[in-house]
Design a protein around this ligand. Structure first.
Ligand code: IPE
Ligand code: IPE
Ligand code: MG
Length: 252
């Protein structure tokens, strides 16, 4: 990977990717949309490899949104089983590389039981790994995550005057996950599409014109370069006491 111009001491702690453009990649080749998802597997492996090379500790990828159920039934069915088979094909090598696999999203009745079982097996298999945490956002919606957190607040009987950001954050799907420093969206769309709404309050957003199946580790490096050129202010003022230290650390 081309690391030219990247300061390895300031790489993002957490990168999140909206893997978008599979359908358009396939359409451009006269192929069915599902072939775009198939080709996206290579891009996902590239992103994982690139993140490992960069020393990124957390990588989160948007694999299926709570809104993606609106797609034709055939495509939804394909995506469910494709994600299951991808796990079967790839989890051993992920495990060998020291990647901890996790899933963020709702386990509702629409996700086939067999898929849930593969997910649980993969989580259990890799639970002890610490080199990198790969979170697959699957049947994930940012609003759904906040709704689920609020439900838990109510279930826990938290009084209104005790509700603060910490009370909500501690009820998100993974309270131990640092907020993404960098969000990369491919395919030239400039939107968030209900990804990590709470967590990306101060993330740097990089939108790339490449379609996801064409994404390679050098694209990740390019996004990190752009990230390193940004000035993160968190509502403050550059140069003010206590501020530059946070930038140095590359996180919140
Ligand atoms: C992203 O590619 C994959 C998923 C949302 C599952 P798309 O399928 O959204 O591809 P486009 O945006 O239609 O090109
Ligand atoms: C976002 O992409 C969801 C995933 C990448 C899984 P979409 O293709 O579903 O988003 P929209 O519909 O263009 O906003
Ligand atoms: Mg899309």
């Amino acid at each position: 990977m081309d690391l030219e111009g990247i300061d390895l001491a300031r790489v993002p702690v957490h990168i999140a990717c909206v893997m978008d453009g599979n359908g358009r990649w396939a359409a451009a080749r006269g192929l069915p949309r599902t072939e775009g998802h198939v080709a996206g597997e290579e891009a996902l492996l590239e992103a994982v490899e690139g993140a490992l090379e960069l020393g990124v500790g957390w990588l989160t990828v948007y694999a299926f949104s709570t809104e993606n159920w609106r797609r034709p039934a055939d495509e939804v069915r394909f995506l469910m089983h494709f994600n299951e088979s991808l796990l079967l094909r790839r989890r051993d090598e992920m495990h060998a590389k020291g990647v901890r696999i996790r899933f963020a999203g709702r386990r509702d009745w629409r996700v086939p039981r067999r898929v849930l079982r593969r997910m649980d097996e993969s989580v259990a298999m890799t639970a002890g790994n610490r080199r990198m945490t790969l979170t697959l956002a699957f049947n994930y919606g940012g609003r759904a995550e906040i709704v689920d957190a609020v439900r838990r607040l109510v279930e826990d009987g938290v009084r209104a005057d005790r509700v603060d950001e910490r009370a909500i954050r501690s009820r998100l799907y993974f309270p131990d996950m640092p907020d993404p420093d960098l969000v990369v969206r491919t395919s030239g769309e400039y939107r968030i599409s209900n990804f990590l709404l709470w967590e990306l309050a101060y993330s740097e957003l990089v939108f790339m014109d490449v379609l996801w199946p064409d994404f390679r580790r050098d694209h990740l490096a390019q996004a990190v370069r752009e990230y390193q050129g940004r000035s993160r202010r968190y509502g403050g003022v550059v140069g003010a006491a206590g501020h530059s230290r946070r930038i140095e650390a590359g996180r919140r």
